[in-house]
Design a protein around this ligand. Structure first.
Ligand code: ADP
Ligand code: MG
Length: 702
């Protein structure tokens, strides 16, 4: 356990961070690496050799025997292949070696990773390339080197490469515009992300007994417990002692890896929790979020829990998301989304705010797609998570500022309002200018935007790739319009362009309750897309508009876009396919076993009673038997239908057609089957079931 007084020393103790580099690398080498990290310049082999040797020395001192290039292929998980540092010598001993070449480049067999047709199977070769901007770290006795992953032909096969490209694109466009606005000292603009991670903890023993959780991450059958989340007593509730021990251990593991875990609390649903880190540069934040998810599972196992990261593990109970807090900050320390004291006069703020508004409106379908997955589709649109319609909440103060922009009037800040709580012992503090709106998918929260649609299990890379690129494009458009002007003329033009952009895109602004039916109607009137599922949204990914956007900014080639289209659709269909098979098996074997055993006992009991007490006896048993029989009759019909439709799906070939069929037919069949399965399960005492019920799983944490 880390002592509180040692925390600052222990933080990042397993990370080859700037401090370690400064202490251990020769000055000129340290400077060269820094230049690469800051400016993206090429790293000479000589420098790489020196860094590798130092890294190895440090890693071995800290207990590592192996190294691995760590990357994020399109599977959604991370991948690693470990090599040891040992190298045999002539006299039969070994020495520990690690060269610059091994640090900079790896050659994993790429043939088992999804490529969406980018790589012919005979071209199995793929490359991993060191990302020096995300620090290496030690985990489980290996030195982990964050890398990008591409094919033999140089096409990106991962999530990091396009993310880095999008950060650069946004930086380039932003710097141009800032120079025009007079901020000539800005050289670079950084995307920052803080991703809040939601998760469920359940007893490991329960987890192991449920095939649906084991194979698909979510429960596919299960009658609701008599208590759900209606009392809302779990939110911010006292953290139970065992859970608290888990969270403590988790924090420590994360801190050692240099991950700034900051906030922890219970969420709305029973057994659901959240962890929020302090924000970091986008690509490091994404790496750290991937690591956080891994460590969460590992530490859970140690504490006899299973950590569920699926977007919708339990029906009828809130699902889990990953709020993506996003901002842009200059290398001179200016947060471009910070309104400051007088937002009405803050030109960089207004210009970037307008670029975000335009980007979100213009590219809403692609933004929606960036968070689409089989799992997240169950969450979006339920009255617990943002709707599938994308809108922006700006809050009262900004709404006033925007009104002034549109009317060309001067905005007078009301200033901070003092909060009076009516008891003199309580401290006085100022009130925030915006209240929270939890129903908005894209909310301004003081000095950043919070994109609330990402699901809990996915990498946030996708969402940020789209966000960065779309904003880069709008910033570029604003620049084009403003570039010919100078001085007073420029000032007047800025006001005009801001107004024009606002008028064109204000339909996306919505401060009301996003969960209501009225909003769905209103949004349709405004022409805002409502893309309910991944197959609905997918065609937008390969639209001309999307290809134009991504190719213009060098984020994806047309081929890379198409490959991602294939991969996403295939992943979707595979996920639903596995769910269907798992559900069929659970119903056919596990649930049926319970039904049969209980029916047998009920039948025996009824017969006995009748023979003892006559025909009128055993009414309860017979009525239960009848209900159970009715439910299982419907259940068996629905089971057959699901099996038949799944076979039809298996035979389909076109990727979009297949995914659409899984969505419209197979998932609907599963809903129908679940209805009767749950009716049956609700009648059966727990002891007849070989798997744990909702009540047991959700209310057993101590
Ligand atoms: P809430 O629960 O209200 O959404 P939290 O405090 O749990 O708020 O989370 C806010 C998140 O936003 C944290 O991860 C925080 O580090 C992050 N954040 C704060 N400022 C920025 C910024 N400039 N850029 C990106 N993320 C930020
Ligand atoms: Mg949040």
């Amino acid at each position: 356990m880390i002592e509180a007084s040692k925390l600052t020393e222990e933080f990042g103790s397993l990370v080859f961070n700037d401090k370690v580099m400064r202490e251990r690398l020769p000055k000129d080498i340290y400077k060269a690496v820094h230049k690469t990290i800051e400016k993206g310049t090429h790293l000479e082999l000589e420098v790489a050799n020196c860094v590798a040797a130092t890294m190895k020395e440090w890693a071995v001192e800290n207990g590592a025997t192996h190294f691995t290039h760590w990357f994020q292929p399109m599977t959604g998980l991370t991948a690693e292949k470990h090599d040891s540092f040992i190298s045999p010598t002539d006299d039969g001993r070994v020495i520990m070696e690690f060269s610059g070449k091994e640090l900079v480049k790896g050659e994993p067999d790429a043939s088992s990773f999804p490529s969406g047709g980018l790589r012919a199977t005979f071209e199995a070769r793929g490359y991993t390339a060191w990302d020096p901007s995300s620090p290496a770290f030690i985990k489980d006795g290996s030195l982990y080197i964050p890398t990008a992953f591409c094919s033999y032909g140089g096409e990106a096969l991962d999530k990091k490469t396009p993310l880095l490209r999008s950060m650069e694109a946004l930086s380039n466009e932003a710097v141009k515009l800032l120079h025009l606005l007079g901020y000539e000292d800005v050289n670079r603009v950084n995307t920052t992300i803080g991703s809040e991670q939601e998760y469920f903890l359940i007893d490991k023993e329960y987890y192991k007994k449920r095939k649906d959780l084991l194979f698909t991450g979510r429960t596919l059958i299960g009658a609701p417990a008599t208590k759900g989340q209606e009392m809302e007593d779990h939110y911010f509730g006292v953290i139970k002692p065992k859970v608290s021990a888990y969270m403590h251990d988790l924090d420590e593991e994360l801190w050692k890896l240099g991950i700034p875990a900051k906030t922890k609390h219970n969420e709305v649903a029973p057994s659901q929790h959240e962890l929020a880190p302090v924000f970091e540069t986008a690509n490091i934040a994404v790496d750290h979020n991937q690591l956080t998810m891994e460590v969460m599972k590992k530490v859970a196992d140690k504490h006899n829990y299973a950590c569920l990261l699926h977007e919708k593990p339990f029906e009828g109970i809130n699902g889990s998301g990953k709020h993506n807090n996003w901002s842009v900050c200059t290398d001179t320390g200016m947060n471009l989304l910070d309104p400051g004291k007088n937002p009405g006069e803050n030109t960089p703020f207004l210009v970037f705010l307008m670029a975000v508004i335009a980007a979100v409106d213009e590219y809403a379908p692609i933004l929606r797609l960036s968070v689409a997955s089989a799992g997240n589709d169950h969450r979006l649109g339920g009255n617990e998570a943002p709707p599938a319609i994308i809108s922006i909440f700006v809050g009262d103060e900004l709404a006033e500022v925007l009104k002034a922009v549109e009317e060309g009037s001067a905005y007078q800040s009301a200033g901070k309002v003092q909060m009076a709580m009516g008891a003199t012992v309580l401290p006085h503090f100022t009130k925030d200018n915006t209240d929270r709106n939890r129903t908005s998918p894209f909310a301004f929260t003081g000095n950043k935007f919070e994109f609330r649609m990402p699901g809990s299990s996915v990498s946030v890379a996708n969402a940020n790739i789209v966000l960065n690129t779309a904003v880069a494009e709008e910033v570029a458009k604003l620049y084009e319009k403003l570039a010919p002007f100078k001085g007073e003329e420029l000032k007047a033009k800025i006001a005009e362009v801001l107004k024009e952009t606002l008028v064109a895109h204000k339909r996306v602004l919505f401060n009301g309750n996003g969960y209501t039916d009225e909003w769905v109607e209103e949004a349709a009137k405004r022409g805002l897309p409502n893309l309910k599922s991944l197959p609905d949204a997918m065609p937008y990914w390969i639209s001309d508009e999307s290809i134009e956007l991504f190719t213009k900014h060098g984020i994806f080639t047309k081929e890379e876009i198409h490959s991602r289209y294939e991969i996403l659709l295939e992943n979707y269909s595979k996920s639903v396919h596995i769910e269907s098979l798992t559900m069929q098996e659970m119903v056919r074997k596990d649930l049926t076993e319970g039904i049969v055993a209980y029916e047998k006992d009920l039948g025996k009991e009824a017969m006995q009673k009748k023979s003892l007490l006559g025909d009128k006896a055993a009414t309860l048993e017979i009525s239960l038997l009848k209900k159970l029989d009715d439910a299982s009759f419907e259940m068996s019909k629905a089971l057959e239908k699901l099996a038949e439709d799944t076979t039809i799906a298996e035979e389909k070939t076109d990727a979009l057609d297949t995914a659409a069929f899984y969505q419209s037919t197979v998932l609907a069949d599963m809903d129908e089957l679940r209805k009767y399965a749950d009716q049956a399960e609700a009648l059966i005492p727990d002891k007849y079931l070989s798997y744990p019920t909702y009540g047991q799983m959700l209310f057993s944490l101590r």
